[in-house]
Design a protein around this ligand. Structure first.
Ligand code: SAH
Ligand code: SF4
Length: 353
């Protein structure tokens, strides 16, 4: 890539050090951090950061990478107001983010990588393969740019877009530090959720960082055999080990872990699967989020009927496991989970701008 300074991926303390290394007082660095991390994003980037002296602005513009991402396209759902963004992250790399609207405010779904190497059988992103890790600044820019349409800071951020966040660990934790900084977006940790397919050792490592964000583990099967068939990454991470790490996460952070479970008709949605899932998660300090599979017919998967989904939830409830059924937003524009792939030639939503 480039050896230019990546200001957008710098913490506030690092911005202060940068300013000092340029012969400026530390507070100039804080001003820089504030300008770069304005949420909603200020149009104009560094050039518009008028709090900074003109000479410093000029030097920074010359020596740093461009701030933010370029919006390649934006599509608004005709049915529920969800907006799907296609952002260009450098040459030939398109990533996706989604803004959803809820009674309590807006949520932004952020990508952590361009593509994903994990290859889950039901996931379009996984089937398309991996391009590269995103930087912390590219992750933060997704929040700030989507916030422009929300007209304010989002209520919550979910790292559930393209990619496996725990395989981009350093950028993820840097991103968390940046967006929770009170001088930046000031997002509350309790309103940030990181979703992972489960990379051995990394859940515990995330607990040890002390960020205390919400954690979602993509479980999707109650036994290792079926899980390995659906998720190749499961080979290296047995369910028992992942659950032990989730227990550690809860103990260390006090944050409840959510177990995500995609329902695939005829594959993992039977009464025996529910019983086994309940056995695994009961008492684990967490709750189960059931996700009827989205748009994966082409990959060979069918969504169970509404009745089958409710029966599965009832089986869990009867065994003392708290389960919710995820409402899928943005389905008409492939913005729902697992559909994040560059499909510009197939879109069916209403183009916004
Ligand atoms: N890589 C991380 C985060 C991104 S995927 C993870 O796997 O957790 C975010 C969520 O979308 C995961 O729970 C994932 O399993 C789910 N998902 C993937 N494909 C899907 C599909 N076709 N329908 C519904 N959910 C899907
Ligand atoms: Fe990657 Fe998550 Fe999709 Fe699996 S579900 S391929 S881990 S993005």
């Amino acid at each position: 890539m480039t050896d230019k300074i990546d200001v957008a991926s710098m913490t506030r303390a690092e911005c202060a050090e940068l300013a000092e290394s340029m012969g400026e007082p530390a507070y100039r660095g804080f001003q820089l951090f504030k300008a770069v991390n304005a949420c909603p994003a200020q149009p104009g980037g560094l050039a518009a950061a008028t709090a900074l002296p003109k000479a410093l602005r000029g030097r920074l513009s010359e020596e740093s990478r461009p701030i933010g991402l370029t919006e390649a396209d934006k599509i608004k759902s005709a049915s529920d107001g969800t907006i799907k963004y296609l952002f260009a992250a450098g040459n030939n790399t398109i990533i996706e983010s989604v803004l959803t609207e809820h009674s309590y405010g807006h949520a932004v779904c952020v990508s952590s990588q361009a593509g994903c190497a994990m290859g889950c059988a039901f996931c379009h992103t996984g089937r398309a393969g991996f391009t590269r890790d995103l930087t912390a600044g590219e992750m933060a820019a997704q929040v700030y740019l989507a916030a422009r349409d929300a007209l304010r800071r989002p209520y919550s951020v979910v790292v559930m877009g393209m990619g496996e966040p725990l395989l981009n660990f350093a950028a993820l934790t840097r991103f968390l530090e940046i967006i929770t900084d009170p001088e930046g977006a000031g997002m509350s940790r309790r309103r940030i959720t990181v979703s992972t397919c489960g990379i051995k050792g990394r859940i515990a490592r995330l607990a040890d960082t002390g960020f205390g964000v919400n954690l979602a583990l993509s479980l999707h099967a109650p036994d290792d055999g079926l899980r390995r068939r659906l998720m190749p990454s499961a080979d290296a991470a047995p369910i028992a080990d992942l659950l032990a790490e989730c227990a550690y996460y809860f103990e260390k952070t006090g944050r409840r872990v959510t177990y995500e479970y995609i329902l695939l008709a005829g594959i993992n949605d039977g009464a025996s699967h529910a019983a086994e899932l309940a056995r695994l998660t009961r008492g684990a300090g967490g709750h189960v989020n059931l996700i009827p599979v989205n748009g994966a017919e082409a990959l060979g998967f069918t969504r169970p009927s509404g009745g089958a989904v409710r029966r599965f939830a009832a089986e869990l409830a009867a065994r003392g496991v708290n389960a919710t059924i995820r409402r899928s937003l943005g389905e008409d524009l492939s913005a729902a989970c697992g559909q994040l792939i560059d499909t510009r030639d197939q879109k069916s939503g209403t183009r916004k701008a």
